[in-house]
Design a protein around this ligand. Structure first.
Ligand SMILES: [Cu+2]
Length: 135
């Protein structure tokens, strides 16, 4: 029959096409995607001077709390829980002097690099006294 012949031819064509497709698709396609260069993320570099252990002064009820001892050059976090503003000011010289806003305000002071005992006070409230020991 005429129709049968056409069908057969069509099927053969399909098979041939399929084979051709397989042959061409099996080739080894070398993926030459180079790996992305690992970016050397520059880390924030701390100052090379000895990063001393963290210390903190919490000002509350117009008092500095217990005397604290820190390493030379240490960063001291000062937190002010009073509503009034305070300062942490070295009695002698200008070893340190920071202002700390009230109601949870914070400031950081850098401890002197020279070991010793540093008395400090509040500029606004001269009756406030504290002691910072560096060793
Ligand atoms: Cu004060």
């Amino acid at each position: 029959m005429k129709i049968g012949k056409v069908r057969a031819a069509f099927l053969v064509a399909l098979v041939l096409a399929g084979t051709a497709g397989c042959a061409s698709g099996g080739g080894s396609t070398a993926t030459t995607s180079a790996p992305a260069p690992t970016s050397t993320a520059s880390m924030p570099v701390e100052s090379s001077s000895a990063v001393a252990s963290a210390a903190a002064i919490t000002v509350k009820d117009f008092a500095y709390g217990d005397p604290i001892t820190v390493s030379p050059g240490a960063t001291v976090m000062v937190t002010n829980m009073d509503t009034a503003e305070h300062t942490v000011t070295a009695d002698q010289g200008s070893a340190f002097d920071v202002e700390v806003k009230g109601s949870g305000g914070t400031a950081t002071l850098t401890a002197p690099s020279k070991p010793g005992t540093y008395a400090f006070h509040c500029t606004y409230h001269p009756n406030m006294h504290g002691t910072l020991t560096v060793k």
